[in-house]
Design a protein around this ligand. Structure first.
Ligand SMILES: [Zn+2]
Length: 268
């Protein structure tokens, strides 16, 4: 299946999803077979970080996680979580603050709750030496204002699953953000505008992710169509290499280096 020689790094996989957790052993084995060397389990709620720890204990050299409230869960955030999050940030297996940000596409939490929650995460990031794993969907204007207020005090930032336009990409790059690209780029209906935009991302700012179980890559020989999983990261890499007309191994190495540097994980 895999024909890439370098190790790969999935910066965002929702392994706590009920489908994925049921198939956890199989998913990890397939990842290892396909040379997915590191996977950051996306936490979308503070409870996820505790749950992720149980998975990480089984593969502490492969798995890591984050701590934060996804904008959909912003309504669950309360002031007492701030201290708890700060405590969790001290653990070796917690590698970023997030997934947090703003999502006005579905508004599962009110805009006010989302803005408050995101602000608290930004504040936390200014106090802690961890990067941020950020989500922005249809919320560019508010998102960039809040980010600009704090970014000079924050270690590093990735805008994960970037699906925006040229203007938002330019602002994020001007702010020094890393950009996470998913299988969205292979979606003929929604993702093709990224084919043009991706060439503007400097090679030292690009990272890749599956966002499993979502965003299954299109037009690849994937046998298990029930859910996306980290082993499919090879197809995200393949798509980007084709679009950029770049050697896949060189690209893989660059992206892997970026990811290790960003999450402060040993590059091996
Ligand atoms: Zn997200």
């Amino acid at each position: 299946m895999a024909d890439t020689s370098g190790p790969l790094f999935d910066i965002g996989a929702n392994l706590l999803d009920s489908q994925l957790i049921k198939n956890f052993d199989n998913i990890v084995s397939k990842s290892i077979e396909n040379n997915i060397r590191r996977i950051v389990i996306t936490s979308s709620h503070i409870n996820d970080t505790y749950e992720a720890k149980k998975l990480i204990d089984q593969h502490p050299d492969i798995l890591y996680t984050t701590v934060g409230f996804h904008p959909h869960n912003a309504k669950d955030f309360s002031e007492s979580h701030f201290e708890k999050m700060m405590e969790l940030c001290k653990h070796e297996y917690v590698k970023a603050i997030g997934e947090c940000g703003l999502d006005y596409k579905r508004n599962f939490s009110s805009k006010d709750d989302q803005i408050h929650c995101f602000n608290k995460h930004l504040e936390l990031a200014t106090l802690i030496d961890l990067p941020m794993f950020l989500h922005e969907r249809d919320a560019y204007n508010d998102f960039v204002i809040l980010l600009k207020d704090h970014i000079h005090l924050i270690e590093d930032v990735v805008v994960h699953c970037f699906t925006g336009d040229k203007k938002s990409l330019k602002s994020y790059l001007d702010l020094g953000c890393y950009i996470g690209i998913t299988g969205w780029i292979t979606d003929p209906k929604r993702g093709y505008h990224l084919h043009d935009l991706i060439k503007y991302i400097p090679s030292d700012k690009l990272m890749i992710e599956t966002d499993s179980p979502y965003l299954m890559p299109f037009d690849y020989p994937i046998v298990n169509k029930k859910y996306n999983e980290p082993s499919n990261l090879i197809y995200v890499l393949d798509a980007i290499a084709n679009i950029l007309k770049k050697d896949k191994n060189i690209l893989a190495k660059e992206i892997y280096n970026n990811s290790c540097r960003f999450f402060n994980i040993k590059n091996e």
